[in-house]
Design a protein. Structure first.
Length: 128
């Protein structure tokens, strides 16, 4: 099955050997996004809430570039350096997603690239 690499300047450029997303058939695999501002490639300022929102905005931009949206998310993985922020992720997530919510995992990690406190990746299932 052919693979399509998805790239957009509305989300941070890949900072390694990966694509922002890969589309295979009607499935889109979004790479992990940390809270980098795509214009400056610097971490979002304003604390944890700003970091979480920036990550969701970055994921949304890549989803749009693939022909979808966050509404097409079937699986979301959340990586936090402090699981104490889990309730805040839930609160902010409610502004970006509606029921039925995607399947999700929340994982505590020791560290993330660039000193970020949150990273998320996702899988989208697009309509045919």
């Amino acid at each position: 099955m052919p693979r399509e690499m998805i790239n957009t300047d509305q989300a941070p450029a890949a900072i390694g050997t990966y694509s922002q997303a890969v589309k295979v058939g009607n499935t889109v695999y979004l790479s992990g996004q940390i809270p980098l501002d795509p214009a400056t490639m610097q971490l979002a300022e304003g604390g944890m809430e700003a970091q979480i929102r920036r990550v969701f905005d970055n994921l949304a931009a890549v989803a749009r570039a693939s022909g979808g949206s966050l509404a097409d998310t079937v699986k979301l993985n959340v990586f936090l350096t402090d699981l104490g922020h889990f309730a805040l992720v839930n609160q902010i997530m409610a502004a970006y997603f509606q029921e039925p919510y995607p399947a999700r995992a929340a994982i505590g990690v020791a560290a993330l690239p660039r000193g970020a406190q949150v990273e998320m990746d996702a899988v989208l299932a697009l309509d045919e």
